[in-house]
Design a protein around this ligand. Structure first.
Ligand code: ADE
Length: 228
């Protein structure tokens, strides 16, 4: 998979993509990430990328020209499965969207800044608008890191057995069961007996029950009425 990220602050991506699972996927050649500085596509002599909003109001708006020039330079090279815009008024990002996007060959992710992106670019070039939650970040960069990480870990070959995505929270619509490691007793607190029993069926049922209980308590919105 190839992911192209368009941003006004490309330096913000240095850390998140050079550690852990994303780093491993990049090293294994399972994914490629290219960061593009939108400012480099400005033809303005001061390399301006934002301007006042028509109609007045606080906050600058990202100008259409540099963003569209960046998009078109990439779309002239290859076809993109989705051109995503990170914005707090997009659809809220969920595991099912990550699953869907992880099947892409080429993805483009555009990070918004300031008051937003000129609406005409959104209407004519963007195919998907994603928010990572009901709060406002300073820009789309951190949100793009979240989305990229969630997608890349799903590419087959990225995770090994120990980190398998199948038992992740949300993957089956439930939160994960609690996990324990050695020692079996820590400061007098014991690991649930069933996990030490070696009895696979009982362990499976215990985990299932714990997942349901945890989901009921913390995220009842994820359960159907029949699950109660
Ligand atoms: N840009 C600013 N806030 C955001 C959010 N919550 N999700 C995605 N992009 C954003």
């Amino acid at each position: 998979m190839r992911i192209d990220i368009l941003s006004l602050f490309p330096e913000m991506f240095q850390g998140p993509f050079s550690e852990s699972i994303v780093k491993r996927a990049l090293q294994k050649g399972l994914a490629e990430i290219f960061i593009h500085n939108i400012r480099n596509f400005s033809t303005d002599k001061h390399h301006r990328v934002d301007d006042y909003q028509f109609g007045g109001g606080a906050g600058m708006v990202m100008m259409p020209e540099p963003v569209v020039a960046a998009i078109e330079s990439l779309t002239s090279e290859r076809k993109y499965d989705e051109i995503v815009f990170m914005t707090p008024d997009g659809e809220v990002f969920e595991q099912k969207t990550a699953n869907h996007l992880s099947l892409s060959e080429n993805l483009m992710i555009i990070c918004g800044h300031y008051k937003g992106l000129d609406e005409r670019v959104r209407q004519h070039f963007i195919t998907k608008e994603i928010s990572i939650g009901d709060y406002v970040l300073s820009g789309g960069e951190l949100a793009a890191c979240v989305v990229t990480d969630a997608i890349i870990r799903l590419i087959p070959g990225t995770l090994n057995d120990e980190t398998s995505a199948l038992s992740d929270s949300f993957q089956d619509g439930l939160l994960s069961a609690p996990v324990y490691t050695r020692p079996a007793e820590f400061r007098g607190w014991k690991v649930p007996e069933v996990l030490l029993s070696g009895h696979e069926k009982n362990i499976f049922e215990w985990r299932q029950q714990q997942s349901i209980e945890r989901t009921k308590k913390r995220r009842p919105d994820l359960l159907n009425e029949d699950d109660f």
